[in-house]
Unconditional design. Structure first.
Length: 439
């Protein structure tokens, strides 16, 4: 069954490319990441003795295909940007502003680490060092009933630094495309803001690098005016992703999230094993959530219902670690498991269709619209494309719709405006082929 699933996925990938001729469209990326995950499972077949069910093959292939149908429908909508006045932003990367942001990042890191450490010591009885407390904080807050919620200031500082990391990821990507010099202070701004995202024991900051890669591709295509990406560039981008994976493992070691297995087995936990976990859960029957959408939008639902005084039970059926003998397979189950837990199998397929429409709608108005050069929209599209790329892992597309991420993108907008040159006026802008005055 796993060989059949891989074969069908490859056929779908070829079909998608023949129709779209675009190697970074949402449907191509969605299918491609599952193909890579399946190849990883095949490489572990002998060791684990994996045997997939027919149900798994049907759900995954139908899910990919219906997602693709959704993207096709989105392409039928007119790609139109209204005739309106539009300011053209010019980023002002003065050393003074960047130095200020670097100092802010360092202070934020110290503040957040201090509060995490104090919380872990007080509520979890931790007696180790600061770096070790990050792993304990993440573990306890996710898998135990102890309230490990940080203070509002720490949360907002994390969101602000993460927003800055996305902005500087975009800036570096833009400079690389245009072959402009990247100053050391710019790199330090990115590194310090990037590191701040790990201060709560999460390694989700690696997501930023993937989003920056997509930003690079978006800018590259707008600059070059072509859809095809050269082989040399593809290898360079793969190299960046490999570095991100290495960073993921290094940070895991520092925060105590590695265990005594080979690097490849550890890597498989985050690549192919989610498919194995999905197959296991599907064969045993995936437990439905108490509230539709709880597995996909849990944080948002809990926050909104909490303000209304409505108790939302914690859903943990897809948070359990799976094992095959002595092999830890992790606790992630692909996008399909979370959608099935919320809406059932038919609802999962309908959700894939709707998600395909939404992400393609944003994609075609960013990448395929050369007149749209807005930095905020480019960062948002890079972020969404990264979420699509992590669908083999979990339902990042929906999970990232939270109050926290709303704040984060508000901060992205604020930081972009902070870095915008003041008093610079452009007299003419080309929008949809016409000339329009700009105030």
């Amino acid at each position: 069954m796993i060989y059949l699933l891989s074969f069908l996925t490859v056929l779908l990938l070829i079909l998608i490319y023949i129709i779209e001729k675009d190697v970074i469209s949402p449907s191509f990326i969605f299918c491609f990441v599952f193909m890579i995950a399946e190849f990883n499972v095949i490489s572990n077949v002998t060791k684990l003795g994996v045997k997939f069910r027919v149900d798994t093959v049907l759900v995954v292939t139908l899910g990919i295909f219906i997602f693709f149908i959704g993207t096709i429908l989105a392409n039928l909508f007119p790609n139109y940007v209204g005739k309106r006045k539009k300011n053209i932003r010019t980023l002002d990367l003065t050393r003074t502003k960047q130095f200020f942001l670097c100092i802010f990042n360092i202070i934020s890191i110290i503040y957040i680490l201090k509060n995490v450490y104090i919380l872990v010591v007080q509520r979890a009885g931790y007696v180790g060092g600061i770096l070790g407390s990050l792993s304990v904080f993440a573990e306890v807050s996710k898998f135990q009933s102890i309230d490990m919620k940080l203070d509002t200031v720490s949360t907002l500082l994390t969101a602000l630094c993460e927003a800055e990391a996305y902005v500087f990821g975009y800036i570096i990507a833009s400079k690389l495309v245009k072959k402009e010099k990247i100053e050391i202070i710019t790199l330090i701004c990115f590194i310090t803001s990037f590191l701040s995202t790990f201060c709560q024991g999460s390694r989700g900051g690696v997501f930023i690098i993937i989003a920056s890669v997509f930003c690079f591709i978006i800018i590259y295509r707008k600059e070059k005016g072509i859809k095809i990406i050269g082989v040399k560039l593809i290898f360079k981008l793969i190299g960046v992703i490999i570095l991100a994976i290495i960073a993921f493992q290094i940070i895991g070691t520092i925060t105590g999230k590695m265990w005594d297995v080979s690097v490849y087995e550890y890597f498989s936990v985050y690549l192919g094993d989610p498919l194995i976990n999905f197959d296991t859960k599907l064969s045993n029957g995936i437990e439905r959530t108490k509230i539709s959408g709880q597995a996909s939008f849990g944080g948002l639902i809990k926050n909104i219902f909490g303000k209304l005084g409505i108790y939302v039970p914690k859903y943990g059926a897809l948070g359990e670690f799976q094992y095959y003998g002595n092999h830890n397979l992790g606790n992630v189950y692909t996008i399909f498991a979370y959608l099935i837990a919320d809406f059932g199998i038919l609802g999962c397929l309908i959700a894939c269709f709707i998600i395909g429409i939404i992400v393609e709608f944003i994609y075609i108005r960013t990448i395929r619209n050369k007149k749209n050069n807005d930095e905020f929209i480019t960062i948002l599209c890079g972020y969404i494309m990264s979420s699509v790329a992590f669908s083999f892992f979990s339902n990042k597309i929906c999970e990232n719709v939270t109050i926290y991420h709303i704040y984060m993108f508000l901060f992205v907008f604020i930081i972009l405006n902070f870095l915008t040159k003041k008093g610079v006026k452009n007299s003419i802008a080309q929008i949809n082929g016409g000339e329009y005055e700009i105030d």
